[in-house]
Design a protein around this ligand. Structure first.
Ligand code: DX5
Ligand code: ZN
Length: 230
């Protein structure tokens, strides 16, 4: 379950938020077979975001269904009391929100202490300068391209400048730049051109068409846009 990808590689991470929750294990196996790279797990608490989804027991139950990286996105506040449970449940990457509490650095230390990769996410209203002080401590930055809480929302184009700015801030550091929200085979070209390399897609993978075709189309358009921008 180790992340063997290089920081610049295009990585497709379907969000199981858009899967059939009555058949989650089967859905995880289906996106694995369909060629995804990582599996994105959206954890919501009804407090930090206006929705409630998946807890650590569900992550643990899903773990035997795939050997791929579990990319766990915590949209919860506080997050620190739950990091141990998500780490022990089999998460590979744990991402917390910079807005979720006053002690971001402490949350990152906790994640690293459990031997996991650490990510920081920012919502559309947060400026990139908020995460400048943790750049040397993280493995991933997640730029939300919708307001977190629900799948199926429209991509917010104003986030493209932020993605470009963060790609510059990252420089040569080995940090993945992930985007999440409203990404499909069309919008992926914009974010990949702006510098994102990890692509989360919920509706874009699970709704309409086959999972394999949807993943392949998103990957193809991301790689094309990235090559054109290089
Ligand atoms: C939103 C979640 C996303 C969501 C994306 O709060 O973090 O991962 O599932 O769904 P789509 O791709 O449908 O916008
Ligand atoms: Zn997410």
């Amino acid at each position: 379950m180790a992340d063997r990808s290089a920081p610049g590689d295009i990585i497709i991470a379907p969000s199981i938020l858009s899967a059939d929750f009555a058949r989650l294990g089967e859905e995880v196996r289906a996106i694995d077979d369909a060629g995804c790279d990582w599996i994105h797990v959206d954890v919501m608490d009804g407090h930090f975001v206006p929705n409630i989804t998946i807890g650590p027991d569900v992550v643990q139950a899903l773990r035997p269904h795939s050997k791929k990286v579990f990319d766990v996105h915590l949209m919860i506040a506080p997050c620190d009391p739950f990091i141990e449970a998500f780490a022990k449940a089999g998460s590979d990457i744990i991402t917390v929100h910079a807005e979720a509490g006053p002690h971001l650095d402490r949350s990152l230390q906790l994640i690293k202490g459990f031997g996991k990769k650490a990510g920081v996410s920012i919502t559309p209203s947060t400026h990139e300068s908020t995460i400048a002080h943790v750049l040397d401590k993280i493995d991933l930055i997640l730029v939300m391209t919708v307001n977190p809480g629900f799948g199926g929302q429209a991509f917010i184009p104003a986030q493209l400048d932020k993605i470009k700015a963060i790609r510059k801030m990252i420089g040569s550091r080995p940090i993945h730049l992930e985007v999440d929200g409203g990404i499909n085979a069309t919008t992926v070209a914009l974010v990949a051109e702006a510098g994102a390399n990890v692509i989360v897609a919920g509706s874009g993978v699970f709704k309409g068409g086959t999972y394999a075709d949807n993943i392949a189309a998103i990957r193809r358009n991301a790689e094309r846009a990235r090559a054109a921008a290089a």
